[in-house]
Design a protein around this ligand. Structure first.
Ligand SMILES: NC(=O)c1ccc[n+]([C@@H]2O[C@H](COP(=O)([O-])OP(=O)(O)OC[C@H]3O[C@@H](n4cnc5c(N)ncnc54)[C@H](O)[C@@H]3O)[C@@H](O)[C@H]2O)c1
Length: 393
């Protein structure tokens, strides 16, 4: 899987679309070993790589939920994959099955360790920056760590990538749309964030700063970066510990425990499958016309959290009750939630022809299968952990 210059593009900044069509192969044309110089983006300075060749890829946060699936898929396609992860929310278990692959190299370290980060950036052509403090619970309980990881960590990744002219795909989030009621959300919509006295907005703000910084590096230093705003992404290996609703509901239903809906349950979300999201990220990285752009990645199949709970209970064949938990009880005083969060997917569809393939039925089926397998391993003698009934189509 390589990325290559293509005739189709929509970049309007920097050198403009008429520049540099004659560029020759050349790595490292985005910067030397010193500080990043002011160099507007232009087609000439693109670090061209052979079109469909084997890539050397760095995934920050590669032992996390999305990062580990990305690693798996990139390895499957024959690439050399380097991971860096401090295992703060990720897990070595997520990459256990990949560790025998000679094309996988991993560093259990933080991206704040800049000497390690610089070395990894140097070795790779493309960087997928996934490392972040993620999850509403974590964000509310550890706001300092959230802001520092998301801002300083991303700044370090972008700076080193800009020095070496590496291709970057930056994971952002639908949270940056904030409280906007104008659904579906388009990439050029305003961000409507809440006050700094409400801790959850620290995550959205830190990710918004990441986006501004990435696009600033694109405009000022020619960094070939694309920002992806992931909407709720779900699949095997996601943990419910930090507030992710689907694994939390599925585990509760499989155990026969109550499913706790935060608030009235009428808030809606759109859940996309991690395999679809990974496919979008790889496809985006392979196109030069996606450089300097921001794309929504997700599905527009909307469901309320109350309906989701009912669906999970039905799929698991569970007798679990569904209960309502006030936001204050779950996240403390002054918590704010969004009522709806629906992406407009037309931009990414037009750019790379991508659309999600998994609907919610298939997603839940995959998560239930994964979680019931895990629970059988954790508690082999438990009789109630028999495989769930087949999922209705
Ligand atoms: N899962 C979703 O629904 C979702 C939605 C929107 C955006 N995102 C974004 O996607 C990316 C991946 O999220 P995820 O769901 O896989 O979460 P995750 O927590 O599973 O992955 C993040 C990974 O980063 C690692 N990490 C954190 N700080 C680090 C540091 N300083 N150095 C090295 N590694 C560090 C964690 O250990 C973890 O493995 C994040 O940037 C997140 O903001 C995810």
């Amino acid at each position: 899987m390589g990325w290559e210059r293509e005739d189709r593009f929509s970049v309007s900044a920097g050198g403009g679309k008429d520049k540099g069509r004659e560029g020759k192969d050349g790595r490292g044309n985005g910067g030397g070993r010193g500080t990043v110089k002011h160099r507007p983006w232009s087609w000439q300075r693109f670090p061209l790589r052979p079109g469909r060749g084997r890539q050397r890829v760095l995934i920050t946060g590669g032992a996390g939920f999305i990062g580990s699936h990305l690693a798996e898929e990139l390895l499957r396609r024959g690439n050399e994959v380097h991971l860096i992860d401090d295992l703060s929310t990720g897990s070595i278990e997520n990459i256990d099955h990949l560790r025998g692959d000679p094309n996988l190299h991993y560093a259990i370290d933080t991206i704040a360790n800049e000497s390690v980060l610089a070395e990894l950036v140097d070795r790779c052509d493309t960087i997928y920056h996934m490392a972040a403090a993620v999850g509403v619970k974590l964000v509310v309980e550890e706001p300092v760590r959230t802001i520092e990881t998301n801002i300083y960590g991303t700044e370090a990744v972008l700076r080193h990538a800009a020095k070496k002219g590496r291709r970057v795909v930056l994971a952002s989030t639908s949270e940056v749309y904030g409280k906007s009621a104008r659904v579906p959300f388009r990439e050029d919509d305003a961000m409507v964030l809440g006050p700094s006295t409400t801790r959850r907005w620290g995550y959205a703000c830190s990710k918004a700063i990441d986006e501004f910084l990435a696009l600033a590096y694109f405009h000022e230093h020619g960094l070939p970066v694309t920002v992806l705003r992931f909407f709720n992404t779900v699949g095997p290996r996601q943990v419910g510990t930090y507030g992710m609703v689907v694994p939390r509901f599925v585990r509760a239903a499989l155990r026969g425990e109550p499913l706790g809906i935060h608030g009235d349950g009428l808030q809606t979300r759109c859940f996309s499958f991690v395999g679809d999201v990974v496919g979008a990220a790889i496809k985006v990285a392979a196109g030069s016309y996606t450089v300097g752009e921001v794309y929504n990645v997700g599905t527009d199949e909307e469901i309320s959290i109350a309906e989701l709970a009912e669906r999970v209970v039905a799929v698991c064949g569970s007798a679990s009750p569904i209960v309502h938990v006030p936001y204050e009880e779950a996240y403390g005083e002054g918590f704010e939630d969004m009522r709806r969060r629906v992406p407009d997917l037309s931009k990414i569809r037009q750019a790379i022809g991508w659309k999600p393939e998994y609907d919610l039925g298939r997603i839940l089926s995959a998560v239930v299968e994964y979680e019931s397998g895990r629970m059988r391993v954790e508690m082999p003698a438990a009789p109630e952990l028999a495989p769930p009934p087949p999922v209705p189509a």
